[in-house]
Design a protein. Structure first.
Length: 196
């Protein structure tokens, strides 16, 4: 590789490092040092007294991470969604279908991990896009190698918070104060939904 090609390659990487964070619509945090840069008006707010169990979801897809990272993330996401009373059902029974994407990009301090969740109605109309990001410190060349349990737990927790906030504002979210909340539908372990 010539000196000119090396310089151009370095310039491309520098531009990518500068522009990639601008493309992220959510907040950025360093695991251990939580800082929020996002505008709270861009995020759904959790409605007080809402019971999200009636607004059932199905996780239709998760793209981006290697299989081992995906499995660890989905395990943590299952714990986090259950803790927020989010009920995961088969796609045919779900009121909302969720498609997700996780990405990892190397930066000067370590890696930035981001998620995007597109929430659809059963007739495939997008109801909400949820996104956020965290930055973890590290020095590995492969950003996915820096996907520690703590980093994945933070992404899963933020994902579940965002999803619960969105679901709390849906028509299906019964208000506890309204008198008669309906019993929660039967839940199952979080996994990819089948559309059979």
């Amino acid at each position: 590789m010539s000196a000119v090609e090396s310089a151009l390659s370095a310039l491309r990487l520098a531009l990518l490092a500068i522009l990639a964070p601008l493309a992220l619509a959510g907040c950025v945090e360093a695991v251990g040092e939580i800082t929020t840069d996002s505008d709270p008006r861009d995020r759904p707010a959790l409605r007080e007294g809402a019971r999200v169990a009636q607004a059932t979801v199905a996780l239709v897809s998760l793209s981006g991470p290697p299989a081992s990272v995906s499995a660890r993330f989905l395990d943590e996401l299952a714990r986090q969604t259950a803790a927020r009373d989010i009920v995961v059902v088969d796609a045919k029974k779900a009121r909302y279908l969720v498609e997700g994407y996780l990405s990892a990009a190397r930066d000067e301090r370590g890696a930035t991990f981001s998620y995007v969740w597109d929430v659809f109605t059963p007739d495939k109309h997008r109801a909400q896009r949820l996104d956020d990001a965290i930055t973890v410190t590290g020095s590995d060349d492969d950003p996915w190698a820096m996907a520690s349990d703590a980093a994945l737990a933070s992404l899963a927790s933020r994902s579940a918070d965002d999803l619960a906030a969105f679901l709390s504002n849906t028509p299906e979210a019964a208000l506890i104060a309204s008198g008669k909340p309906q019993p929660a539908p039967s839940a199952r372990t979080l996994s990819f939904a089948s559309e059979k």
